[in-house]
Design a protein around this ligand. Structure first.
Ligand SMILES: *[C@@H]1O[C@H](CO)[C@@H](O)[C@H](O)[C@H]1NC(C)=O
Ligand SMILES: *[C@@H]1O[C@H](CO)[C@@H](O)[C@H](O)[C@H]1NC(C)=O
Length: 396
């Protein structure tokens, strides 16, 4: 029976901060860059021997996982600084309740994101996360329990998964490839050199690509870390010795089938026989991908709001006057009282394209109060707010 006396209420309020109370990662003053030295006695401030951290990504097509316009997460791997690596470093911390652990730290946004972008081919995401944590995560020296002051059991787990997701969000492989005209196709093939050059152009350093059955299926991005994985700086770098295994030419980059994932999709692209043909001019149907701070981050959903966790809405662009109009399943899109809105009854605004970006009155910069994250949406405005954002068309 639920009968809360004031004292019970007070007790539960007091219990809350304790339940969420976390130890803090040890402070590192002036830590060395991993792989630049092996002489540090403090492996809480230097990742060693696993000093090169690889953010690895999948392109699964058989079966397909994840959105059809995004790579998915494989993991975060601590390689030695020569391409070799340790695995399964601490079986006592090979937890088999990753989902429960993340929930216990109130990481539901992170879990939602992982259920869209960190997927097991066979749908057993929890097992896949357990594998990635147990095999690789437990080998990260700076995530050892002894590296936290007032360690709270399992708190290194949300740190590991959050850091991996945060890195992944900065590494939009799909757009990096699409910007070089490398888009999924059941007939086209590409050369290793073209794929590697496109990824290097966006990342700044060489990456590693992996192929299976002649088709591109993995990308590995390398970092050295100054300090701990939780609080340190990730410094992009060339690979430490691992190698690409793709053929020089004739590489397939197959379309994902289905496309939709997850449970909170706002609009799942349903069709079809059509495959993405890359970013391009605003015509036909496409996604409006958001670009902020130099990287692609989410897209617009059918209301015209900006979202980073759902499936992009399909927009239709139709030539009009000296530009084009846009509409989504909600209706025509227009600027009204500085807000970008798509709804029935909205008067369609004529937009133009400038440098491949959506432009309104000659200006390609739009604004939002914040970069959306988790299940938060942000409205788009033409009047100045803290975050600047532009929109790229991705033809479908
Ligand atoms: C997860 O499993 C570990 C080890 O078995 C246990 O100590 C911990 O309490 C569990 N955490 C949650 C939130 O269930
Ligand atoms: C794993 O993710 C897939 C794809 O989003 C989803 O369909 C499936 O329900 C998830 N599995 C679990 C056990 O949550």
């Amino acid at each position: 029976m639920a009968f809360f006396t004031p004292r019970v209420v007070l007790a539960s309020l007091l219990a809350l901060p304790v339940a969420l109370g976390l130890g803090t990662p040890k402070t590192c003053s002036n830590p060395p860059l991993s792989c630049s030295t092996s002489t540090s006695s403090d492996l809480c401030c230097l990742n060693s021997p696993g000093g090169q951290l690889l953010q690895t990504q999948f392109w699964d097509t058989s079966p397909s996982t994840g959105p059809s316009n995004s790579w998915t997460i494989h993991g975060l791997w601590p390689d030695h600084c020569d391409g070799t690596y340790d695995s399964n470093c601490d079986t006592s911390r090979a937890y088999t309740n990753i989902t429960e652990i993340l929930k216990s730290f109130d990481k539901t946004d992170l879990l939602d994101y992982m259920n869209k972008y960190w997927l097991d081919e066979n749908g057993d995401n929890e097992s896949f996360w357990e594998h990635e944590w147990g095999k690789h995560g437990t080998c990260i020296s700076t995530l050892e329990p002894s590296c936290y002051t007032d360690y709270t059991a399992t708190q290194e787990v949300p740190d590991f998964f959050q850091k991996t997701v945060d890195l992944f969000k900065t590494l939009d492989s799909y757009t990096a490839l699409a910007n070089a005209g490398i888009t999924p196709s059941s007939s086209k093939t590409y050369t290793s050199a073209a794929i590697l050059a496109a990824l290097k152009k966006s990342f700044g350093y060489e990456v590693i690509i992996q192929c299976a059955s002649g088709a591109l299926d993995e990308i590995w991005y390398s970092y050295d870390v100054r300090g701990s994985v939780v609080t340190g700086d990730f410094v992009a770098t060339d690979p430490d010795g691992s190698k690409s295994n793709c053929a020089a030419s004739g590489i397939k980059y197959l379309p994902k089938s289905g496309g939709g994932t997850g449970t909170t999709s706002t609009k799942t692209p349903t069709t079809s026989t059509s495959t993405p043909t890359g970013t391009g001019s605003f015509s036909g149907t496409g996604y409006l991908n958001a670009v902020t701070g130099g990287s692609q981050t989410g897209c617009l959903i059918s209301s015209g709001n900006w979202y980073t966790s759902g499936t992009c809405a399909t927009y239709t662009a139709a030539a009009s006057g000296s530009g084009f109009t846009l509409k989504s399943s909600k209706g025509p899109c227009g600027i009204s009282s500085s807000a970008f809105t798509c709804a029935s009854g909205t008067t369609a605004t004529v937009f133009t394209a400038k440098g491949g970006l959506l432009s309104y009155n000659g200006d390609t910069t739009f604004y939002a109060a914040a970069v959306p994250s988790g299940s938060t949406q942000e409205s788009i405005s033409t009047s100045s707010k803290s975050v600047s954002v532009s929109f790229q068309w991705q033809s479908l």
